[in-house]
Design a protein around this ligand. Structure first.
Ligand SMILES: [Fe+2]
Length: 246
């Protein structure tokens, strides 16, 4: 029988509440970072994305020289295997992969030496930093990336304590044309009150370009289901998010 896996019959279409159809931040390739551990777990999570109404996933394994030395070759080979399993199980979703780069010395060196970096869409490049402090060469590295034609996205600005304490710095980052991606689960207080407040302020000020699940496992999708009923989630509908244009 040639049908696509959409959702089990016991899941009503009312649960498919996501108006966001493309997720751009997750850790679903198995055993290469702190996300999914096996292909079975990846498939289970992907089926839950379909149930929530997602049509496309751009998954973004960590690249962090101290912990996760992932290369484009490792990422693409896992992606190919995962795609084969998705096809085998006739799951109705498109999947692609890029990376979430941690701004460490190794990354800064890659930028300085103009090494090709993993991107998605219109040369969008997902970046994260230390949670405690802004990297010393942050703006310099951003400028170099932009000069090389990349469009850097700062992942979950609301989660960094150095930004929670300094909204002027968030505005400066925004003015320097760094695209901002909040984690949807921040809207439910998943990462604490301070992160929720910054995420809500970013929505009110229409400073957000992307949203993401940052899904590492079932716990994030459990929270995501609840978020879809939050007032600030609905406010996102008024923003012109890039997610659904990918
Ligand atoms: Fe992440």
């Amino acid at each position: 029988m040639n049908y696509l896996w959409k959702s089990k019959s016991n899941i009503s279409s009312a649960e498919k509440t996501s108006f966001i159809h493309t997720d751009i931040h997750s850790h679903l390739l198995p055993a290469i970072d702190d996300g999914a551990k096996t292909y079975d777990e990846s498939i289970e999570l992907i089926k839950r994305f379909v149930t929530l109404g997602y049509k496309k996933i751009i998954t973004t394994p960590h690249i962090m020289s101290d912990f996760y030395r992932n290369t484009p070759e490792i990422i693409h080979s896992k992606l190919q295997k995962l795609r084969a399993k998705i096809k085998e199980q006739k799951i109705d979703i498109e999947i692609d992969a890029a990376a979430e780069y941690y701004m460490d010395d190794w990354f800064i060196n890659q930028v300085n030496t103009q090494k090709p970096l993993l991107t998605f869409g219109d040369r969008f490049l997902l970046l994260e930093t230390s949670f405690m402090s802004k990297p010393y060469q942050f703006f310099d590295t951003i400028f170099k990336l932009q000069t090389q034609g990349y469009k850097p996205i700062l992942a979950h600005p609301e989660r960094y304590t150095y930004l929670q304490d300094d909204f002027n710095l968030v505005e400066e980052i925004h003015q320097k044309k760094v695209l901002l991606q909040i984690n949807l689960n921040s809207l439910d207080g998943y990462y604490g009150k301070a992160a929720q407040k910054v995420a809500e302020k970013l929505i009110d000020k229409k400073m957000i370009h992307f949203v993401g699940s940052d899904c590492h496992g079932n716990r994030h999708l459990n929270s995501l289901q609840k978020v879809q009923k939050k007032k600030y989630y609905l406010k996102l509908k008024k923003l012109s998010l890039i997610n659904n244009k990918l």
